[in-house]
Design a protein around this ligand. Structure first.
Ligand SMILES: [Zn+2]
Length: 86
């Protein structure tokens, strides 16, 4: 099973798509700024380039974060029925 263009293919040596550096598996902090809130996830599993430090996230991690954001979006909306400074 391969994923085209959406992330590194899982093999022992993964190359950075930006600088051809080597991607290393490690958790990184992921910050999202949305309308009405900011979300910081301390440790999201990712592939991080040892040269340019660009982080690429696994499909599962991206999906999990998107699910989280969808859920938080819904709840934030229900918290603020009358937006200030709309
Ligand atoms: Zn790189």
């Amino acid at each position: 099973m391969t994923f085209c263009a959406s992330g590194p293919v899982r093999k022992s040596a993964v190359e950075c798509i930006y600088c051809t550096g080597t991607l290393v598996r490690k958790p990184v902090s992921y910050t999202v700024s949305r309308r009405g809130y900011h979300l910081i996830v301390d440790a999201v599993p990712a592939w991080v380039c040892d040269q340019c430090e660009e982080a690429l996230f696994d499909e599962e991690a991206v999906r999990a974060i998107q699910d989280m954001l969808a859920e938080i979006d819904r709840r934030v909306e229900s918290l603020s029925p009358s937006p200030v400074l709309a």
